[in-house]
Design a binder for this molecule. Structure first.
Ligand SMILES: N/C(=N\O)NCCC[NH3+]
Ligand SMILES: [Mn+2]
Ligand SMILES: [Mn+2]
Ligand SMILES: [Mn+2]
Length: 311
């Protein structure tokens, strides 16, 4: 049961400063120690340093901003995550913005081609080069993973290994018109906050897993954007959207996924320690840590450390 913590101090997928310091704050809050307390053999893989590319050498491609930087960083992360997965370790990637999931999920699929993805987020992150308004690539990783939209040579390393039926969303409430069209056209299952209200988080997680993992025998990659949580719960994040998951709903998702024993990779993304006052930053970092603990075996009544697939 080795857990490989991959620090990814990266902010190139969006415009707000500070999200690259998410990893250091999560680590300094004691996350590695907290996880070894749970029984994990923790391998801290360090905070990966990414070589800058000066703006002049990385002009936008169409609307896409910092395209070469984002592509190169994600390709590097795909290798790192893939290598840890190959060794039977469970990669925990600490972001950094959500564009990184293009890398982490590519890495997971190298090792687990039959994996499914649970994407917890206020946003769909599924814009293509054609539909994106902002050109911020953290709003696009899912489209690359599905192989949607026009092919961009700089991103040719991304293989379309994710199939629509292996992807499910929980927490959506800020989806662009173009993304809504993409979700519909591709028949992608999404449990928005409307469904969470209607069915309750317990049923939503059950239905989500029934959709992508009916026999609970497929590896699960959980990609958790902390802005899925209500801003009152995780205030220090780049794109807060009101009406989000409660503290418990967010943790329930993680606990329930851990209980499947299928978790093989986890991303905790978009913690930006520079967007709120000290108390709110502390709160957001603490939530990132507790979500990770819940997804990795911490339970409220303390049950013995169950085996996960990546043992
Ligand atoms: N946090 C974000 N994605 O998860 N922002 C980008 C999406 C805005 N439409
Ligand atoms: Mn996201
Ligand atoms: Mn988001
Ligand atoms: Mn700081």
């Amino acid at each position: 049961k080795t857990l490989a913590i991959v620090g990814c101090p990266f902010s190139g997928g969006q415009a707000k400063l500070g999200v690259d310091r998410g990893p250091i704050h999560l680590v300094q809050a004691g996350l590695p120690e907290q996880l070894s307390e749970l029984g994990w053999k923790v391998l801290f893989d360090g905070h990966h340093q990414f070589e800058e590319i000066d703006a002049a050498s990385d002009p936008p491609i169409g609307k896409l901003k910092n395209p070469r930087l984002v592509s190169r960083v994600c390709e590097a992360i795909a290798k790192v995550v893939g290598e840890h997965a190959k060794k039977g370790q469970l990669p925990l990637t600490l972001g950094g913005d959500h564009s990184l999931a293009m890398g982490t999920i590519s890495g997971t699929f190298e090792q687990y081609p039959d994996a499914c993805v649970v994407w917890v987020d206020a946003h769909g992150d599924i814009n293509t080069a054609e539909t994106t308004d902002s050109g911020n690539i953290h709003g696009m990783p899912v489209s690359f993973l599905l192989g949607l939209g026009s092919k961009i040579p700089e991103f040719s390393w991304v293989k379309p290994l994710l199939k629509p039926e292996r992807l499910v969303y929980i927490g959506l409430r800020d989806v662009d018109a173009g993304e809504k069209k993409i979700l519909k056209e591709n028949g992608i299952r999404a449990f928005s906050m409307h469904e969470v209200d209607k069915y309750g988080i317990g049923r939503v997680v059950e239905m989500a897993l029934d959709h992508v993992n009916p026999k609970r025998d497929r590896p699960i990659h959980l990609s958790f954007d902390v802005d899925a949580l209500d801003p009152s719960v995780a205030p220090s994040t780049g794109t807060p959207v009101r009406g989000g998951l409660t503290f418990r709903e967010g943790h329930y998702i993680c606990e329930a996924i851990y209980e499947t024993g299928c978790l093989v990779a986890l991303d905790i993304m978009e913690v930006n320690p520079s967007l709120a006052d000290e108390a709110e930053v502390k709160q957001t970092v603490a939530v990132g840590c507790s979500l990770a603990r819940s997804a990795l075996g911490e339970t409220l009544l303390g049950s013995p450390f169950a085996q996960t697939r990546a043992s």
